[in-house]
Write a new protein. Sequence first.
Length: 163
Amino acid sequence: MPILKPDRLDRRILEALQRDARLSNVELAEAIGLSPSPCLRRVRLLEEAGVISGYHAALDRNAVGLGLTVFVGVKVGPHHEEASTAFREAVVQLPEVVSCHLVSGEADFLLQVVVPDLPAYERFLLGTLLKLPGVSDIRSNFAIATVKAQTALPLAHLGAGGS
């Protein structure tokens, strides 16, 4: 994978694509002030370098019937690499888990789980989460309302220094 140091034009490309990944190359080039050919070259370099890892549609969870978001702190014990590895391998297979982070603090992992409703979460908790390898404790926190759900990354640090 090529090493890439994004400049201010790359940042503008990334910001535009985070706002609307469906932009055509011509629309993107126009939006950032480049001609289409160099714009496409830059996008391809960003893709090849892994800066752009994919394109997707952002879905409204309620509209697709996944109205309950639960943040789940999971302790894995005993603290052995095998237990942690087994847990990681198992959790990545669960479609209800939309993100899983290794964290410091009271929990070892923080999961974001989306399910239709509370009975569905109860079934998932009892039938799946508690049966994952190495799980010693689970703490569930239910999202009451989403105040901010940002899909775009803050890119102001890219291109700093006048590049």
